[in-house]
Design a protein around this ligand. Structure first.
Ligand code: DP6
Length: 329
C-alpha cells in the first residue's frame, strides 16, 4: 500500500476565481492553464494498519498541525471512497521554492491524489484523479495533465462533471513564462479566503463569471490557431478583471504592490517597442510574463535590470503527473 507520484505547478491563463460549493471545491467559472516544467512536488504515501493517525513530512520535517489537517481531510475522502479506515504516512518534497511565486498547492495536491489513490488501489484514471485532486485545492485538478489544460466548471451539484482535461500538448506550442519575483513574503489574504470574500461581497463578481466564460472561449480559439497576440491580450485582460473584483469586496483588498504595477507598465512599454509580452498575476504581488521563446532572454534581462526585481524564473510547458518507483523517492 505504497506509491510515489510527481506533479508540476501550473499557471492559470484564464483564472479560477470563486467557488459555488466550498466543500467539494466546485468553481463558479471554468479556467485554463499551462502546466510548467520547472517546479514540482514529489509525494510518497504509504497506508498502514499500524498507524493511529496520519503522519505528514514536508521536506523531511514533520508538518505543523494546521497543514496536516488539510492532508488528513483530503485522505478522509479516499478512505470514504475505498471504505478502508487506514492511516497513512505521507512524505512530500516540494521543489517549488516559496520564492518562485508559484502556488505549491496545485502540484502538492495533484501529487498527493495520484500517490494516495494508487497506494489505496483505487484504479482511478486521469479524469478520476483530476476530480480527486480538485478536492484538495481547485487548481490542482489541472496539474494532473501536462501542456494546455482546461478545467470545466461542470453543472452537477455532486461535482462529477467538474474536472480538467488536456486541450493541447505543450510540445505543439512552446511558449515561455517568466515568473518575476518581487516579494517572497507570505501573502496577507490567501487565494482561498480572497475568492470567498469576493464571491460573498463584491458587486463586480457576477460580471466576472460571465466575462471569464467569454475569455475562456477566446483563449481556446487563440490556442487552436496558435495566435499569440490574441492569447496574450485575453490573458492580460482576464487577470485584470479578476483583480478588479477584489477592489469591490468588503473589506476591499488588493494583491498588488507598487512594484507589481511597475512591472505591468514595463511589459506594456515592451509591447510599444514591438516586443510581444503580456502579464498575468495570481493571488499575490509577483508578475508572470507570457512571451515567445525568441524574446525570453531579452525580456528576462530587462526585468532583472529593474532594481526591485529579486529574481526571474524561466519556465515552459511541462508534463502531467507521473508515478515514480518507490525506491527512487
Ligand atoms: C488566483 O486553487 O489555490 O491562482 O481551491 O481554495 O485551494 P483553493 O484555491 P487555489 O486558487 C487558485 C487561484 C488563482 C487562479 C488559478 O490558479 O486559476
Amino acid at each position: 500500500m505504497k506509491a510515489t507520484a510527481r506533479a508540476f505547478t501550473n499557471i492559470a491563463l484564464i483564472k479560477y476565481w470563486g467557488k459555488r460549493n466550498e466543500s467539494l471545491f466546485l468553481p463558479m467559472n471554468s479556467s485554463l492553464s499551462i502546466t510548467l516544467d520547472k517546479f514540482y512536488t514529489t509525494t510518497s504515501v504509504q497506508f498502514c494498519e499500524c498507524l493511529t493517525k496520519d503522519v505528514v513530512f514536508l521536506n523531511h520535517s514533520l508538518m505543523d498541525e494546521k497543514e496536516t489537517r488539510k492532508i488528513t481531510s483530503f485522505l478522509d475522502r479516499l478512505r470514504e471512497i475505498s471504505g478502508k479506515r487506514v492511516n497513512a504516512i505521507v512524505n512530500t518534497m516540494n521543489k517549488v521554492p516559496i520564492s518562485a511565486g508559484l502556488a505549491s498547492s496545485a502540484s502538492g495536491f495533484a501529487a498527493l491524489a495520484a500517490a494516495a489513490a494508487k497506494a489505496m488501489n483505487l484504479n482511478l484514471d486521469k479524469k478520476g484523479l483530476s476530480q480527486l485532486a480538485r478536492q484538495g485545492s481547485g487548481s490542482a485538478c489541472r496539474s494532473i495533465y501536462g501542456g494546455y489544460v482546461e478545467w470545466q466548471r461542470g453543472e452537477m451539484e455532486d461535482g462529477t462533471d467538474s474536472y480538467a482535461s488536456p486541450i493541447m500538448d505543450g510540445q505543439d506550442w512552446n511558449l515561455s513564462i517568466l515568473s518575476v519575483i518581487l516579494s517572497s513574503e507570505p501573502k496577507k489574504v490567501s487565494s482561498r479566503d480572497g475568492m470567498k470574500r469576493t464571491v460573498e461581497s463584491s458587486p463586480f463578481y457576477s460580471n466576472w463569471v460571465a466575462e471569464a466564460e467569454k475569455d475562456l472561449q477566446t483563449a481556446k480559439n487563440a490556442i487552436s490557431k496558435r495566435d499569440f497576440e490574441m492569447l496574450g491580450k485575453v490573458v492580460e485582460a482576464n487577470a485584470l478583471k479578476m483583480h478588479a473584483t477584489t477592489l469591490g469586496a468588503d473589506p476591499p483588498f488588493m494583491y498588488w504592490q507598487g512594484t507589481t504595477y511597475h512591472v505591468m507598465q514595463k511589459v506594456q512599454e515592451l509591447r510599444q517597442s514591438g516586443i510581444q509580452a503580456y502579464f498575468t498575476i495570481d493571488a499575490g504581488p509577483n508578475v508572470k510574463i507570457l512571451c515567445q521563446p525568441e524574446d525570453e532572454q531579452y525580456i528576462r534581462k530587462e526585468m532583472l535590470d529593474l532594481p526591485f526585481v529579486q529574481d526571474v524564473h524561466l519556465c515552459h510547458p511541462g508534463p502531467g503527473v507521473t508515478y515514480l518507483s518507490n525506491s527512487k523517492y
